[in-house]
Design a protein around this ligand. Structure first.
Ligand SMILES: [Zn+2]
Length: 182
């Protein structure tokens, strides 16, 4: 990957030999490997190892999870907040695992829509809950830096499964709870 970054620097008219750029190919390839480390992690395993049986069937919400991902169209970051909720049916999951799951899918090349639905469907498949809701609010550097209109606009995507899809009240409760400021 270092060679590729060096070629890239030449292609944009830079001199990879100059002082400030000498270690750039190495730094960039390390950074890219970190931003895409989700490919070597198995999301289902993370959840399967942290399932507990519990008599609890009220909504569980983890909100304001930081997300950092790379848009697959421009390889530029998009970043923001992810909110996850589910209503357990016998099985619950360690809360930190939800955060981990978001990170694993985030550290891959993504579009925000797919990232949202992958998080929701993985939780749905692993826990068989009554329902799952995932909302992501993110800003995309590929829009902001290229000067596309509305530079501070936020893209909001959601994936609602089970009761979150079929029951308006459940969905409203979720939306209301993630709106409130801490
Ligand atoms: Zn993009």
């Amino acid at each position: 990957m270092k060679d590729l970054i060096e070629q890239l620097l030449r292609a944009i008219g830079e001199d990879p030999e100059r002082e400030g750029l000498k270690r750039t190919p190495e730094r960039v390839s390390k950074a890219i490997q970190f931003f895409t480390k989700g490919y070597s992690e198995n999301p289902r395993e993370i959840l399967n190892n942290a399932l507990f049986v519990e008599d609890y069937d009220e909504m569980v919400i983890v909100k304001d999870i930081d997300i950092f991902s790379l848009c697959e169209h421009h390889l530029l970051p998009f970043f923001g907040k992810c909110h996850v909720a589910y209503i357990p049916r016998r099985r619950i999951i360690g809360l930190s695992k939800i955060v981990r799951l978001v990170e694993v899918y985030g550290r891959r090349l993504q579009v925000q829509e797919r990232l949202t639905s992958q998080i929701a469907s993985t939780i749905h498949d692993a826990l068989d809950p009554y329902g799952v809701g995932v909302v992501i609010e993110a800003q995309h550097l590929c829009m902001m830096m290229r000067g596309v209109e509305k530079q501070n606009s936020i893209a909001i995507t959601s994936s609602m499964l089970g009761t979150f899809r079929t029951n308006v009240e459940t969905r409203m409760e979720f939306m209301e709870l993630i709106k409130s400021k801490r």
